[in-house]
Ligand binder design. Structure first.
Ligand code: GDP
Length: 303
């Protein structure tokens, strides 16, 4: 239900246009597909993905000998799910959580995308599952970042390991891992600084932070989650490409999906970057974080 609600704007934008298109064109022809392409591009599905999708759609329509536009809608949904899953249906949105011992989750992303909020929401989710959660204030660069994480820590009821602003993030991580071990924490969620201006610095910092975590916890970090703001559209794709070059990203959290009519960006990210979207942010509150499910997403666009 939350998922459906969060997609209201995208759905209104997208499905109304598709419905209108279907009612204007009774017969499936080249012009129909051209207009459909336009609608998909406007929903931020991304040029490459749209071309691929429409190509597939044309083939399927031909194969099934579909003549009537109203019969195409179902095929569009099917193809959207297919494009999303892209031959890797076994790769799910589930996080890699250790059954025994500590799971370390590293968050990356530029400022303002909703990284702190997402960390708070995820901490809340784990805590309500009965897990022992700890946060690491690894963004020592941005003024106020540590305090902001502490506010979320208090709200959710989990402790935050921190040092002074400007201190070495790798040292914060070292401390946080030691604390997590001695408290027998289940989950350690680590914030990092989101500077993109200088890619070399970003890479170095992430590398250093990761190295400490790798050295201190076998198999960690278990997830490196990149937070992207859905309202920034194609810009989010560019950020994702940069971060992908800087570090191994295991999953994406797409925030503010509730605030955009262009929720098609989910498909572009999945298809062009081949990184799974694991969560979507559908609001500012603690429980406004949902696991991403491509089928529910695609069908949520229409129904
Ligand atoms: P950070 O700089 O990346 O840590 O970003 P913040 O966590 O401070 O979030 C920036 C703003 O986006 C805040 O006002 C949040 O309340 C808001 N925000 C974060 N996630 C969502 C979301 O999923 N939906 C909406 N509508 N707002 C969000």
């Amino acid at each position: 239900e939350k998922f459906r609600e969060g997609l209201t704007k995208t759905r209104d934008n997208f499905s109304n246009k598709v419905n209108d298109l279907v009612s204007r064109y009774r017969k499936v022809d080249e012009e129909f597909f051209e207009e459909l392409e336009e609608i998909l591009i406007q929903a931020d599905v991304g040029f490459e993905t749209v071309m691929e999708l429409v190509e597939e759609l044309k083939k399927e329509v031909k194969r099934r000998n579909i003549q009537d536009t109203k019969d195409v809608q179902g095929v569009i949904s099917e193809k959207l799910v297919e494009i999303y899953e892209n031959g890797s249906a076994d790769e799910s949105f589930q996080l890699n959580i250790q059954e025994d011992g500590l799971t370390v989750i590293l968050f990356v992303g530029v400022n303002g995308v909703g990284k702190t909020t997402t960390i708070g929401k995820l901490a809340h989710k784990f805590k309500s599952e009965g897990k022992n959660v700890l946060l690491a204030a690894g963004d020592t660069f941005r003024a106020g970042a540590i305090e902001q994480l502490e506010v979320w820590g208090e709200r959710v009821g989990v402790d935050v390991i921190k040092q002074a602003e400007g201190s070495d993030p790798a040292a914060v991580m070292y401390d946080a891992v030691q604390s997590a071990k001695s408290r027998k924490a289940d989950i350690l969620i680590c914030d990092t600084a989101g500077r993109l201006q200088n890619k070399v610095n970003l890479m170095k910092e992430l590398e250093k932070v990761k190295r400490v975590i790798e050295r201190e916890v076998t198999g960690a970090p278990h997830e490196v989650l990149l937070v992207l703001d859905a309202t920034t559209g194609q810009n989010a794709l560019i950020q994702a490409k940069t971060f992908k070059e800087a570090t191994d990203v295991s999953g994406i959290v797409l925030t503010k999906l509730d605030g955009t009519a262009k929720g098609g960006i989910v498909l572009a990210i999945r298809n062009e970057l081949n990184i799974p979207v694991k969560f979507v942010g559908l609001g500012e509150k603690m429980d406004d974080l949902q696991e991403f499910d491509p089928e529910r997403y695609v069908y949520g666009l229409f129904a």
